[in-house]
Design a protein around this ligand. Structure first.
Ligand SMILES: [Zn+2]
Length: 327
């Protein structure tokens, strides 16, 4: 409150009394035929009006600049071709949703989808194939040899905060998924699907992996192969009805992503859907992922709250496996 009062002080009556203008006016005697009471208010109000007009003009210019920067920034994180929906899972009549990811914190890309699905009563589950032990810490919160344990716990806590019912964190090597026997990975993902029986699976687009990470691309590919195997199996469960791919905002990637961003943009499809990102949950998620808390400012050179003020939607492309099977 005191700060507000001080901010108002320059235009207060006492300040006007101390101004050079006031002293000059009082030192010049008014001609006898000019009524001085009428002159005094006009002469003192004019410079006040000038100051007010100047203040309003500067404020308007600053507001216009901030507004233009905001809309330009939002444009970086919007996909005009995507159809806006409240929930992609609700749009697909999904009741059981499984996410297949590579690393702890990958779920931060899709937490709006999972949060809304869990709020709408869907059963939800996640797989994270590695413990993220090879990651960089921003900031450093643990011994590097403990990082896998710490990040696995961060992922489990974050999915719990999103209302996810089940979450398995596997122990494949972080950064080494493309070197793992692919049949083993496919079998493990297919088994997880047989157990959970999802009608919607959320995964990475295999050709781009949302960020260009080789582990993401491999898990996207493994997910497709696992679904193809289930479709061919002829068992009581023949795979999900829909495969939902997470898609990155193309203009932001082009602007901030360098060569990797350009690779992703060149190799991902246009999104079909845009849905609210639940940015409050993303904030909470980065606090939970304490070892990655400053990831957004490190990546976008902007504070996390600024990034999410602009990036407030998630984007998805959907494959209808009923009409477009993978097998
Ligand atoms: Zn990742």
């Amino acid at each position: 409150m005191r700060g507000l009062w001080i901010a108002g002080a320059p235009t207060s009556p006492s300040a006007e009394r101390d101004s050079g203008f006031a002293r000059t006016r009082s030192s010049i005697p008014a001609p006898p035929d000019v009524p001085s009471p009428a002159a005094t208010p006009n002469e003192s109000i004019t410079p006040m009006r000038k100051r007010t007009v100047a203040l309003i003009t500067v404020s308007a210019v600053v507001l216009a600049a901030v507004g233009a920067a905001y809309w330009a920034g939002r444009d970086l994180f919007h996909e005009p071709s995507a159809r806006g929906v409240d929930s992609v899972v609700a749009e697909l009549d999904g009741e059981r949703v499984l996410g297949v990811f590579a690393h702890p914190d990958d779920e931060q890309t899709v937490n709006g989808l999972f949060w809304r699905a869990s709020q709408d009563g869907a059963e939800t589950a996640m797989i994270t194939a590695t413990r993220g032990e090879a990651g960089h810490q921003v900031p450093v919160v643990a011994r590097q040899e403990d990082l896998g344990t710490v990040r696995a716990a961060e992922a489990l806590k974050n999915s719990f905060n999103l209302g996810v019912d089940e979450h398995e964190v596997w122990e494949y090597p972080d950064g080494g998924l493309p070197d793992i026997d692919e049949d083993e990975l496919v079998e493990r993902v297919a088994d997880a699907m047989r157990d959970f029986r999802p009608d919607v699976v959320v995964a990475f687009w295999p050709e781009s992996g949302a960020t260009g990470h080789a582990d993401h691309m491999e898990m996207g590919r493994v997910t497709e192969l696992a679904i193809a195997e289930l479709e061919e199996s002829g068992g009581s469960y023949t795979g999900p009805d829909h495969l939902v791919y997470t898609i990155s905002p193309t203009k932001a990637l082009t602007t901030f992503g360098g060569e990797t961003g350009a690779f992703v943009v060149a190799n991902q499809p246009e999104p079909d859907y845009a849905m609210p990102a639940e940015v409050g949950k993303k904030f909470e998620g980065w606090q939970i992922h304490a070892s990655q808390r400053d990831f957004m400012p490190a990546s976008y050179i902007l504070p996390t709250w600024v990034v999410y003020a602009l990036w407030d939607h998630e984007f998805y492309t959907v494959r209808d496996l009923g009409t477009d099977p993978l097998a």
